[in-house]
Design a protein. Structure first.
Length: 126
């Protein structure tokens, strides 16, 4: 058996599909339902091992070691349970912040250049 044979039938999931599964699980967990991963596996037709790896990867991205409990305060909403519209808005706001920071850096550079040019002009006149 070729080493590529085992990967031929593996399906790749889009980030949106993964997030949909994680949202489903988060919804079940907020309802204090047990077996959320198993239910998601049956509902979406995805292996529980695959879902478990997505859950672990999500924990790592949020700065926690896999296997540790979520100790966030109850008033904070986990990212996986956030509404898709909120996630899109957050991404847009972060992108806009990055653009404004880049513009601020450019503005600082232009101000420094203008100051240098003023100094040169005043030095030539003296």
């Amino acid at each position: 058996m070729n080493s590529n044979d085992s990967t031929k039938n593996k399906r790749r999931y889009t980030p949106e599909e993964k997030q949909s599964v994680l949202d489903f699980i988060a919804e079940r967990k907020t309802q204090n339902k047990r077996g959320a991963q198993k239910e998601a596996a049956e509902h979406f037709g995805i292996s529980t091992v695959t879902i478990s790896s997505w859950m672990k990867a999500t924990k790592v991205k949020r700065g926690r070691k896999p296997g540790t409990k979520n100790t966030a305060s109850p008033r904070t909403q986990p990212l996986a349970a956030a509404q898709p519209a909120d996630l899109r808005r957050l991404a847009a706001v972060l992108e806009e912040i990055a653009e404004l920071e880049a513009q601020t850096a450019l503005l600082d550079t232009l101000r420094a250049e203008a100051e240098e040019l003023k100094n040169r002009l005043t030095a030539k006149q003296a």
